[in-house]
Design a protein around this ligand. Structure first.
Ligand code: PEP
Ligand code: MG
Length: 596
């Protein structure tokens, strides 16, 4: 929703003519950021990224283009040589187009003039050329328009493969990245650009970009519809990620107000860090002395050390796919081993649960992206992808087995939907261990193996899975998505994504009970674990092990430390008797006042 008003503003000439625009979205990572906009736009299908570049980047962009041209030419030559004779003429025409003495220099000239990334320049030029040919009304020339689109479509695909995250290199430090949506792989490369905040038109609080932004402490607002139309490159915006607002062209009094709020935030954060350090010294228990375990969710091995400093006793979820998304090629066994070992050593004897590759949906590897599935959330992803790509899976499992020699590494399979799938994954793990034993690589034969319960079928059959696993971990982000049939990234249906839905409470309880009956640990590593409002309810449902973004640990631990199991169980049983999420929320919020 967009609100407009005229600011009372005397600061500059420019502002007399500007209107402050405030766009409401949802807070995905709390904090305040103020800075110039850097727009990341995608156009068409397949999506073409568009963003500005500084003049000194023109040569680098041109090199990327030349490399993509040369790869496309090689590909066409191979196709031409391997195909029937009549195709040769078409491919010859494509080769000529890729060397066209007018078109190619025109791309270069537009790149230097427009100062936008080369894939956007190429899309513009191809669009213009094709439109000119079609406008002639000549059927033969109109067909050539299709050939141009086809030949340069190949170049565009190579550009995307060469560096789909090129934009990150151009983000000036301190910028607020504004986009319709960004992929987690893009967020990974943006992180090091020194960006100040993220504002997206789409996305939800449990989307991976939101999760990453929270763990890196980068303020983020999502679901801010209309933002791209309102904020242009370089314009100053205030990101109020406490209240989920983006303020475009703010007035000077607003800037002053938010600058002091940002300063107050910094002080608060420092206090939280000292509180976390104090808490970390104490054993984690409820007020009645029931022991609890608090671990951290991490995306990169390097975060394991800081999680420990923030009071986490181990890692409850290491999302290993970020290792695969952070570079253009897949990490080999030794690279993976080094990363897993780093995390295990940083945990200093505490458990580190490493989830095997959960690629797909919003975290696509190249070959998954090329499939263009109609419904990637229900498609070739996570464990089902790994079981088809056995070599890749076994390489990861060997790396994990080898790293298990250095500490309490535990393996966890994501998106398990049936016992058969778990058995198939366990078979590959056995093979990986046998291979390690054959080559004399050290590993821990007692390494624990767990299952993520994040698909409703897994929660319903948690008793069956619990018989074969050493532990279960509930992924409420996907469990809510799949149970309620709500895409967790879709801001339009975000109101239906509700952790208090009676269906969710029942599935969480069922899973915890199944683990207890089988005598194995059940933890919860979805975003619900890091929501202090839900802590007492979860304790009452029987949860004793929580894993969350390390920044949320202090508040969750504090609430848990004030609760007794008897009170928590009374709350959970009252919540389970209710028939609507809204009633559960009301009850939980009322009871939580006692813990404030
Ligand atoms: C989940 O689904 O709850 C989970 C923790 O995994 P991810 O958010 O990475 O899908
Ligand atoms: Mg998940």
């Amino acid at each position: 929703m967009i609100r407009r008003f005229n600011p009372v503003c005397k600061a500059s000439h420019f502002r007399y003519n500007r209107r402050v625009i405030t766009i409401e979205g949802l807070s995905a990572s709390r904090g305040i950021a103020i800075g110039p906009v850097f727009c990341l736009v995608e156009e068409g299908a397949p999506a073409i990224p568009r963003h500005s570049i500084p003049p000194e980047a023109v040569d680098g962009e041109w090199k990327r283009f030349e490399e993509a041209l040369s790869r496309s030419r090689d590909e066409i030559v191979a196709l031409k040589d391997g195909g029937p004779g009549e195709q040769a003429a078409i491919f010859d025409a494509h080769l000529m187009m890729l060397s066209d003495p007018e078109f190619i220099p025109a791309v270069r000239a537009a790149l230097s003039r427009d100062l936008v990334n080369v894939e956007a320049v190429l899309a513009d030029k191809v669009g213009e050329a094709a439109a000119t040919l079609r406008a002639t009304g000549d059927a033969y020339l109109a067909e050539r328009a299709v050939d141009i689109e086809d030949a340069f479509g190949r170049v565009s695909a190579h550009l995307a493969r060469l560096d789909s995250r090129a934009a990150a290199r151009f983000v000036p430090p301190g910028s607020i990245v504004v986009a319709r949506n960004i992929k987690p792989s893009e967020a990974l490369s943006l992180k090091d650009s020194g960006l100040a905040g993220i504002a997206l038109e789409e996305g939800g609080a449990t989307s991976h970009v939101a999760i990453l932004a929270r763990s890196w402490g980068i303020p983020a607002v999502m679901g801010a519809r209309g933002l791209l139309g309102a904020a242009g490159d370089g314009e100053t915006v205030i990101l109020d990620a406490h209240d989920g607002l983006v303020i475009v062209s703010p007035a000077s009094d607003q800037l002053n107000h938010y600058r002091s709020r940002a300063q107050a935030d910094r002080v608060l954060r420092e206090e939280e860090v000292s509180r976390a350090a104090l808490l970390a010294e104490e054993p984690a228990t409820t007020a009645c002395g029931t022991p609890l375990s608090f671990r951290a969710n991490i995306a990169l091995a390097s975060e394991a050390g800081s999680a420990r400093a923030a009071g986490a006793r181990g890692v409850g979820l290491f999302r290993s796919e970020f290792l695969f998304l952070s570079s253009a090629r897949l990490p080999d066994e030794d690279e993976q081993y080094a990363a897993y070992r780093e995390a295990v050593e940083a945990a200093d004897g505490d458990p580190v649960v490493i989830r095997t590759l959960d690629a797909g949906a919003d975290k696509m590897l190249a070959e998954q992206g090329e499939l263009r599935e109609r419904n990637p959330l229900l498609g070739w992803r996570a464990l089902r992808y790994c079981l088809d790509r056995r070599d890749l899976f076994k390489t990861q499992l060997r790396a994990l087995a080898r790293a298990s020699a250095h500490g309490d590494l535990r393996v966890m399979f994501p998106m398990v939907s049936s016992v058969e799938e778990l058995d198939a994954a366990l078979d590959v793990l056995d093979e990986a261990r046998e291979e390690c034993a054959r080559d004399g690589s050290r590993f821990n034969p007692e390494m624990k193996v767990g299952v993520m319960v994040e698909i409703p079928s897994a929660a319903v059959c948690a008793d069956l899975l619990a018989k074969r696993a050493d532990f279960l971990s509930i992924g409420t982000n996907d469990l809510i998505q799949y149970t309620m049939a709500v895409d967790r990234e879709n801001a339009k249906v975000a109101h239906l994504f509700d952790q208090y839905s009676p269906a969710i409470l029942r599935l969480v309880k069922r899973t915890i009970d199944a683990g207890r009956d089988a005598g194995i640990e059940v933890s919860l590593c979805g975003e619900m674990a890091g929501d202090p409002e839900a802590t007492v309810l979860l304790l009452g449902l029987g949860l004793r092990s929580f894993s969350m973004d390390a920044g949320r640990l202090p508040s969750v631990r504090e609430v848990a430390g004030r609760a007794t199991i008897a009170d928590a169980e009374a709350l959970a049983s009252a919540a389970l008797s209710l028939s609507a999420a809204r009633e559960v929320r009301k009850l939980v919020q009322e009871r939580m006042r006692a813990y404030a």
